[in-house]
Design a protein around this ligand. Sequence first.
Ligand SMILES: N[C@@H](CCC(=O)N[C@@H](CS)C(=O)NCC(=O)O)C(=O)O
Length: 213
Amino acid sequence: MGELTLWGATTTRTIRAHWALHELGLSYRCEPIRPRNGETQTERYGLVNPRRKIPALVDGDFTITESAAIISYLSAAYGTRERFLVPTDIRLRARYDEWASFILMELDATSMYVVRRHHGLPEIYGAAPVAVDAAFAYFQRQIASAALAMADGREWLLGDRFSGVDMLMTTCLTWATRLGQPLPDELVRLRDRAMERPAYIAASQANQPEYWA
Ligand SMILES: N[C@@H](CCC(=O)N[C@@H](CS)C(=O)NCC(=O)O)C(=O)O
């Protein structure tokens, strides 16, 4: 195993990578750079991720970006039979991909990130109150459908086993909660269970630049 270096801290997307590293019990270095303060614009970081987004993971001579892809890579590269984040069974894996696509597209990109850009960062992306209201309404419809899938009393999205999609879901739910969005009870329970995990608590600390000072 080469040295693992994670670039990025402070955001909803960066905590996903810190969390995956902690769930798998991996030790790593961190360059705790933040968005929008110039730290993603340095020449040094441009060589790591030309898209200049965080997080990015460097594993020896291999670099991988995109928070969900980092979770999948770490699970495939360092997961064990007992400890993994992405299932290998074909149908469970298909269900995993289905949840991951839904969360990343419908909850993250189409809902929360629209709010973030056009409500939270109007100086960069422009204020768009109509789009923000529509994104919140869309989020509520999508999250209600996700809660239906959990109406059978399952503990986690894939059933009784925690996985990377619970991490993706939890980070979107904490994001929505910070923005004052109500959540269905089934998803509040999932979020709260996930946030009690020692790896989540450790990742929350590691997601702060001061932790690495
Ligand atoms: N789809 C990407 C999104 C990454 C992303 O947008 N990161 C933001 C912070 S959460 C960023 O790096 N912004 C860079 C900047 O604006 O300087 C992922 O999930 O990793």
